[in-house]
Design a protein around this ligand. Structure first.
Ligand SMILES: Cc1cc2nc3c(=O)[nH]c(=O)nc-3n(C[C@H](O)[C@H](O)[C@H](O)COP(=O)(O)OP(=O)(O)OC[C@H]3O[C@@H](n4cnc5c(N)ncnc54)[C@H](O)[C@@H]3O)c2cc1C
Length: 394
């Protein structure tokens, strides 16, 4: 097994690294701290992320793997992988529109019409249209196929009624990819359709839900007699479950946790533990090296997924292994940071006297959301058991 990238790919890496070095906001370069996951989706932080996204887009560095006619660079899958790795290692601000570019974009590439791709993809990349994901409902999360939001046909339109919940970024969104029930008499997986809904349509109400981080990241959405043109159906009517699974496979990807392990090591050098510097404690170093090994193993899982895609295959149910591994490891890292911080762990993000600006407390709270969003750990374990290992259903 050769883990090295080709000379051409390394040249590409250097080109992007140099661009990042020259263009990252000054503050980031001095203090490359990222609130990586479920980053603040409101207020000034959102505006900063949006500005950074637009700067990257203007230089042609957004969704580089997308074909040129849709606003990408037509880069290779490997270059996209390297690009994502460099962004994380540079501590760059999180981009916006991940639900669009990461989920609905690849889904449209697979299932959409040419007209849909040309209409939606370029504005998605430029962040001129922000997208949200309307899947979960109050009674349908893990058991998503039980969803009740109804769409009835009326001439050239579907008329949508129902409620969605936990919708990230709905308060910024111009568009939503929405799962609706179009045939209530069919078995639950068979009567679902996948619609692209203009969030400015009459009849949509968005109400904020505040996360325990204090951020207004996600929302409830109410649909009352919302008219959606039939040309906004993706795939065939009542085949939306298959379309939705494509989006979900792209959602369950791994994040690179190696930079956070480095930050943890730096924290251990900063704080004291049982009266001396935490880093001097062999037990602390042992724990951090365990985390580092796991973070590297997750990177190799990512490379395995890359190999799969290079062979022309979609992410597949193995992406559940990555999602489970990184979200659980992230939570354990954050918990250990709380132990190292001791009483300081009680100080919130940006509170006076907080160590490292309180970023660990924020991440600790956000880490809980990560093990739920995109499918809980229990659900990932069931998928791995049944669809990867082929174990009998319990
Ligand atoms: C930060 C965050 C962002 C999110 N963003 C979005 C978004 O943008 N759009 C969207 O549509 N949704 C979003 N969600 C919702 C997310 O997809 C759901 O919360 C998730 O699927 C779980 O559903 P639920 O909350 O209804 O919990 P439930 O399904 O009610 O689960 C409750 C508990 O029961 C367990 N459980 C349920 N079924 C089983 C089973 N069969 N076997 C074993 N255990 C089981 C679960 O693991 C969990 O511990 C987001 C969630 C979070 C936390």
């Amino acid at each position: 097994m050769d883990f090295r990238f080709s000379d051409a790919d390394e040249k590409f890496r250097l080109e992007f690294r140099n661009w990042l070095e020259a263009n990252l906001p000054n503050k980031r370069r001095k203090n490359p701290f990222t609130i990586e996951f479920f980053a603040n989706e409101d207020g000034a932080e959102w505006e900063n992320r949006l500005a950074w996204h637009k700067k990257m887009h203007a230089a042609g560095w957004i969704a580089i793997q997308y074909p040129k006619q849709y606003g990408g660079r037509g880069a290779t899958i490997t270059q996209q992988y390297i690009h994502d790795e460099e962004l994380i290692h540079a501590g760059a601000p999180q981009l916006v529109n991940s639900q669009g570019i990461g989920l609905v974009g690849p889904t449209l590439m697979h299932w959409g019409t040419e007209e849909q791709r040309r209409r939606y993809l370029p504005k998605m990349l430029s962040a001129n249209e922000i997208w949200c994901q309307g899947y979960s409902e109050p009674g349908s999360g893990s058991d998503l196929a039980s969803l009740q939001t109804r769409a009835c046909e009326d001439g050239d339109y579907f008329v949508v009624n129902g409620q969605k919940v936990w919708t990230s970024d709905a308060h910024h969104a111009d568009m939503c990819f929405l799962l609706v029930r179009t045939d209530p008499t069919a078995p639950k997986h068979k009567g679902i359709s996948y619609l692209l809904v203009d969030m400015h349509s009459p009849g949509i109400t968005v109400r904020p839900l505040v996360q325990m981080t204090g951020d207004r990241g996600f929302n409830e959405m109410f649909f009352e007699e919302v008219r959606v043109p039939k040309k906004n159906l993706v795939g065939e009517k009542n085949n939306g479950w298959q379309v939705a699974l494509t989006s979900l496979m792209y959602e369950r990807r791994a994040a690179d946790l190696r930079p956070i392990v480095h930050e943890l090591a730096a924290l251990a050098r900063l704080v004291s533990h049982h009266g001396s510097n935490a880093w001097d404690d062999g037990g602390v170093r042992q724990k951090i090296s365990d985390f580092a090994c796991e973070a590297w193993a997750i990177r190799y899982l990512g490379l395995r997924q890359l190999t799969r895609q290079l062979k022309g295959r979609p992410p597949g149910p193995e992406s559940s292994i990555q999602k489970l591994a990184y979200s659980e490891l992230n939570l354990r890292i954050q918990k250990f940071a709380m132990e190292l911080l001791g009483a300081y762990s009680q100080l919130a993000y940006q509170a006076p006297f907080a160590i490292d600006d309180g970023k660990w407390s924020y991440r600790m709270l956000a880490a809980r959301g990560m093990i739920i969003g995109a499918g809980t750990s229990e659900i990932q374990r069931s998928i791995i058991g049944e669809r990867v290992l082929g174990l009998p259903r319990g």
